[in-house]
Design a binder for this molecule. Structure first.
Ligand SMILES: Nc1ncnc2c1ncn2[C@@H]1O[C@H](COP(=O)(O)OP(=O)(O)O)[C@@H](O)[C@H]1O
Ligand SMILES: [Mg+2]
Length: 240
């Protein structure tokens, strides 16, 4: 469903992503793993159309999308949701206000927004926190709010950038299990980047290993974990 062809991106002298080809099947939970600085976040920003590549193409279901601009780009981006390690929530708004935010931007009526927020609170299982301030929430609850907000506009793809890296192991498991349930329930395609091997093992079907801006190894999680071929993959597997 998502295809990257020959993607490269530099920041001044730094080659962040080098000639990456990638195919993410529809409905999969696709992992991208690599050490800090490997180029994972840059690749995700290009895939989610937050940044254009210097070279290469991004295709969604056969349609080239990296060349979209203006309203077409906005419309395409509305079909994607994104969550991050630091949640990126609005501290001035309570739980409901955060989840409602993208719906307000999209211009929905108050009644529609209320109904959709209730559905989303239920979906991520935090209905009892609807009026809570963010500072009253645990990290796991904040990530649930962020997931609800990311899913507000019914996206087809959910991008997760180190979404569990600030959470303890038990909370990580509950968020990963939520992501898997949501994928099943909503037919999402999930692209998940992390430096944590355990996260990939827990939830992903396929994985790509990045090092120095390149994808150096890829395959099913079982194949890559049981028989890592590159030094980069071996190192990531053995440190955990
Ligand atoms: N906006 C930017 N400006 C300058 N350098 C950047 C920027 N984004 C990333 N980089 C550099 O590109 C490389 C890859 O970074 P990044 O994609 O964030 O890696 P990862 O997410 O795997 O840690 C790093 O050397 C980083 O310093
Ligand atoms: Mg990163």
């Amino acid at each position: 469903m998502i295809t990257l062809k020959g993607i490269s991106k530099s920041y001044g002298p730094v080659s962040a992503v080098r000639n990456v080809d990638l195919a993410v099947p529809e409905g999969s939970i696709y992992g991208i793993i690599g050490k800090s600085g490997a180029g994972k976040s840059t690749l995700l920003r290009i895939m989610s159309l937050l940044e254009p590549p210097d070279q290469g193409e991004v295709h969604y279901g056969g349609e080239r999308v990296d060349t979209l601009a203006g309203r077409e780009l906005l419309a395409r981006r509305r079909r994607m949701g994104m969550i991050f390690q630091n949640f990126n929530l609005l501290g001035s708004r309570n739980v409901t206000g955060n989840i409602a935010y993208p719906l307000e931007i999209a211009g929905l009526h108050k009644k529609q927004i209320q109904e959709r927020v209730e559905e989303l609170l239920e979906l991520v299982d935090i209905r009892d926190k609807r009026k809570a301030r963010l500072r009253e929430l645990s990290g796991g609850q904040k990530q649930r709010v962020a997931i609800a907000r990311a899913l507000a506009a019914n996206p087809e793809v959910l991008f997760c950038d180190e979404a569990t890296s600030a959470l303890d192991p038990q909370t990580t498991r509950s968020i990963l299990s939520l992501v898997r349930d949501l994928r099943d329930k909503l037919n999402l395609t999930v692209v998940l980047i992390t430096h944590q091997m355990a996260v990939i093992r827990a939830i992903c079907g396929e994985v790509a290993v990045m090092e120095g801006g390149r994808v150096v190894e890829r395959g099913t999680v079982t194949a890559v974990f049981d028989h890592p071929e590159t030094a980069a993959a071996k190192e990531l597997i053995h440190v955990q």
